[in-house]
Design a protein around this ligand. Structure first.
Ligand code: UDX
Ligand code: UDX
Length: 458
């Protein structure tokens, strides 16, 4: 079969894998190849058990794999054989040297750029899919166009806005596709090529273009704004607990103002995920770098409130359970950073679990998809931890349950049955406000929601 376009993606992670699967699915006339330095990842993508859980992903991979979607290990062949290269390697927070704990670690990026240069035998369009600090494209261009020969590279920024758990729907029906390019002739031509790829299924009015720096910055700012809303509502949840106001009622009233909007106003134990904290730290670092310390402090406070919210949760458990958790059994309902994913990166559950173990509590973790990652996250941590797939068994003999992920299955459990097997008094800390608090209270639980008056029998 002769394919119209040959597209490569370097980095088969949460972003690269689903995004390329969707392009392959929507564009059978293109050949899509995904390459990764991690051979285990690639063999998992080629197996029946994909390396990530994402609703709807299995079906799309099954429909395209081996037809126009290929997962391979050979990066050299991948670069040589393709004209359009997406790069979605990870860009974690730096853990060493200048900017440690704040700046993005761009070493994988730079290595990838050098590999593209080394193996290319023809001109390419290189697309930044990973979230990167503004001006990264400049470094990319400088590396790629270092040798002046007949091969040239156009660098585009095309940030991915998918959220985990809803990735396939987000990819199929995106709010917008953003493509940033240089405003030179070849930059504009490259931009047009990418627009045409998305136009196979995304309405043209949703495909927006900009200069490359606006595109890079917009992605970080989108994440910062989303996280800021969560920290705003979480900050107010603390005030609600002091004043007998109810955060759900406040969020509803505030969110019905069409200028504010109702989404992302669910108070919680805190936000997690691989992006929000990393991207805000990056933004803070960037602002400091440019001497904008007030701006940096403003955005840093979003992270401080998130940390505070998690601390408050522990504090509430400790103080309401008679100031000691030692030898008490506490069950964590959910470990993933959000529902419908097995991903636990930066999950508040990691912090909560560690703090409970410091208090010498015994913890039992249950989660429908994240137990494998939970085990890895807590490997080597001192204390009594066990993992149990069945929430009913997990809660047996426990003194308390803490709901940390908003999985639907937890809403519909038989809490009478659960209560009957627990040690009394039994406490329920709803870190996601998803349970029927009044009903649980009537069963006998002492119930501690976020941002609402507690319901206790004391
Ligand atoms: C990553 C970035 O973390 C994020 O900032 C960006 O927005 C999108 O890409 P994600 O897909 O969730 O997000 O990361 P991850 O699941 O860790 O996948 C990255 C993949 O790149 C891994 O499979 C890793 O093995 C691979 N990789 C990394 C390479 O193939 N080459 C490298 O040099 C480094
Ligand atoms: C986010 C962005 O939404 C996405 O556009 C970007 O591409 C990557 O980062 P993701 O981290 O996958 O996506 O999930 P998201 O739905 O944004 O949730 C992030 C965290 O915020 C989760 O821990 C979630 O539980 C929490 N959250 C979300 C709240 O606590 N309250 C809310 O109202 C919404």
């Amino acid at each position: 079969m002769i394919f119209e376009k040959k597209i490569l993606c370097i980095g088969a992670g949460y972003v690269g894998g689903p995004t390329m699967a969707m392009i392959a699915y929507k564009c059978p006339q293109y050949r899509i190849t995904v390459v990764d330095i991690n051979p285990t990842r690639i063999s998992e993508w080629n197996s029946d058990e994909l390396p990530i859980y994402e609703p709807g992903l299995d079906e799309i991979v099954r429909a395209t794999r081996g037809k126009n979607l290929f997962f391979i290990n050979n990066i050299e062949a991948g670069i040589k054989d393709n004209d359009i290269i997406f790069v979605s390697v990870n860009t974690p927070t730096k853990t060493f040297g200048v900017g440690s704990g704040m700046a993005a670690d761009l070493q994988y990026w730079e290595k990838t750029a050098r590999q593209i240069l080394q193996y290319s035998e023809s001109s390419k369009i290189v697309i930044e899919k990973s979230t990167l600090p503004v001006k990264t494209a400049l470094a990319m261009e400088n590396i790629l166009n270092y040798k002046s020969n007949s091969i040239s590279f156009d660098v585009l920024s095309n940030p991915e806005f998918l959220a985990e758990g809803t990735a396939m729907n987000d990819l199929e029906n995106p709010d917008r596709i953003l493509i940033g390019s240089r405003e030179t002739q070849s930059g504009m031509d490259a931009r047009k090529t990418l627009v045409e790829i998305y136009a196979n299924w995304v309405p043209r009015e949703k495909i927006i273009t900009s200069n490359i720096w606006s595109s890079e910055l917009s992605k970080i700012v989108s994440n910062a704004f989303l996280a800021q809303r969560i920290s705003s509502i979480n900050a107010i949840s603390a005030l609600c607990e002091k004043t007998d106001a109810d955060i759900t009622e406040v969020a509803k009233a505030v969110g019905m103002d069409s200028r504010i909007g109702s989404k992302f106003l669910n108070a919680s134990v805190g936000f997690g995920g691989s992006c929000f904290k990393k991207d805000i730290l990056n933004l803070v670092y960037l602002c400091r770098h440019y001497g904008l310390s007030e701006v940096a402090d403003y955005w840093e406070s979003v992270i401080r409130i998130n940390q505070y919210q998690q601390e408050r949760f522990i504090w509430s458990m400790l103080t309401t359970m008679f100031n000691t958790l030692a030898d008490k059994k506490i069950c964590l309902f959910g470990f993933a950073f959000k529902a419908n994913t097995g991903d636990t990166r930066e999950s508040p559950a990691i912090f909560i679990a560690r703090r409970l173990l410091e208090e010498k509590a015994e913890i039992i973790i249950t989660d429908p998809k994240a137990l494998r990652n939970a085990r890895a996250d807590l490997a080597g941590v001192e204390g009594k931890v066990s993992f149990e797939g069945d929430p009913y068994r997990a809660a047996e003999k426990c003194h308390a349950i803490a709901v940390l992920t908003e999985w639907d299955i937890y809403r519909n459990l038989d809490f009478q049955k659960i209560y009957d097997t627990m040690t009394k008094p039994a406490s329920l800390f709803d870190g996601r406000n998803i349970l029927d608090h009044k009903r649980c209270f009537d069963i006998g639980f002492n119930v501690y929601p976020i941002g609402k008056p507690p319901l206790t029998h004391f």
